[in-house]
Each structure stands twice: as C-alpha cells, then as structure tokens.
Design a protein around this ligand. Sequence first.
Ligand code: FE2
Length: 294
Amino acid sequence: MNYTETIRSAGTPIVEDMLTEEISQLTIDHPGAHDADYRARRNFIARLARDYRENCRQGQRAVIPFISYTEEETEVWRSVYERLDAAHELRASAFYLSAKRRLGITGAEIPQLIDMDRKLRRLTGFRLAPVEGLVEARAFLKWLEKRTMLCTQYVRHHSRPDYTPEPDIIHEAIGHIPNFTNEDFAAFSQFIGRGARIASDEQLEQLSRLYWFTVEFGLIEEGSDIKAFGAGLLSSSGELEHAFSGNVERRPFSIAEVIATPYDYSDIQPVLFVIPSYAELKESTREFIEGFGR
Ligand SMILES: [Fe+2]
C-alpha cells in the first residue's frame, strides 16, 4: 500500500484536524511569531505539505516536496547538529548512532524528507509523509498503524536554535526518523497506531503516556550502560544532559507504571523509564493494546 492508498483508505479526518485558514499559526510566545519573513516561509512550506496531501486524496501523483533550505535555515541545522553530535557519541544508543549514519544524516545539510523516506522504505517499509504542523493525538498516532509517520519540514526560528515549542525537521530527522530503521521499533510503532485507532479516550491518554516515555523520552539498556533513544532527548542537548543528571529518577520500564504516570509538556522530566530492548517494548505494547476494544 502506498501513501496515496493510505490517504484514500483512511478517509479524511486528519485533513479536517490539521487545516487552518492561515495554515501555519504561531502562538504569540513562539520565537518566530513577530517575524513576518519567518511566518511567510512557514506558510510556504505548509502549503507544499497541504498540496501534497490534496494530490494524494485526488488520486494524483504526489511526491514528497524537496525543500530548498536557505543558508539561514542550514546554519540553524549545523549549529544544533554539531552540539548534539558530540552529546550523542556519549549518550545515544549504539543502534541510533549507526542508524543516523545509515540514513546519511550529517551536519553538512538538512536531510530531505524524500531521501529519508526512500531509505526507510527499503530498510523496514516505514514511510514518511509531510505535514503542516502539530496534529491532534489520535489522528497523528493512527497513521503509525499504516507504518507512516507524519513529519514537519520547516525549521525552528533562528533566534533560538536550541529551542522549539513544536516539532520541526531537526526534531524529526535527528530525533525520530533513525529509530524507524529498526524492525522491532517499527512494529512497536505500528501497535501504538493500532491502539490509537480503537482506544477509548482514557486508553488514548495511556497510549500518549507510553509514547511520551518511550518514543520521546525513552532510555534503553545497553550492556551495563543506559543510553538514550527518545526523540525529545536526542534532539535537545539540554534534555539529554538532564536525563543523565542526578535530578532524574531513571526507573526500569514497566508498562503499568508508565501508563499511570502523568507528564507535563512544558516542564523538564523528573522521571524517565529504561526499556530493556525494542523487542520487549514491542511485546509489552502488543499485549497492552490487545485489551483495547473489548
Ligand atoms: Fe516528537
């Protein structure tokens, strides 16, 4: 099944969830909120994502847009990448480090979504699709069942390269995408997606916690070491440093405990969970969602 088919078979709910008149609306405290050029650039990139989806929906040929990143955007990427790369060598899982290389992600240029999509399809059959910005939780997670991750393509505002209040291509490419080269992680993601489709609202909240404490802020055992694999950790040097500091309690992963642990988007994490392996994460998640919809 290709992306065109998945769009058609899924009907239209995601489109209604995402589209807004202005396409890309920035909150008043967003670092780019008062930068007219930045807002115009965001709208331009958002429009490409919307056109892509419209073409898919109408059964026309759609190609993930190639973004000609500006020198300013590339500089943001380079500075963030350089700082993170050194931290990754120390803190990221060995799997992640090799996956980043396999996908050809380097500090030189912002990787193109279309290139990473092609490579992922060959490796695990996972796919990437452009999206304008944040998507409501159920709509976003449901796409994972179709082995598709919705990814933003814009770059955070240059005034604060180490901060973004929302996902951007730096967060997607450095944080999320390398994990999908692992078959167990891809299957785990698919279970999350299936769960999101059939979950009650309460179960969806539990799934969101599972997603948060693994996909975004997960740690993993590696021999006698603990390493990071969560996207929120790997795409932020501050979060990464904090995760291994004495201010965080690192607990062994237990799905029952994870789904009972609330989190706060806007605050630094006081508790993180350490999974034994992607395979065990996949199995626990499969068992967990088997209880849904009964
Ligand atoms: Fe994320």
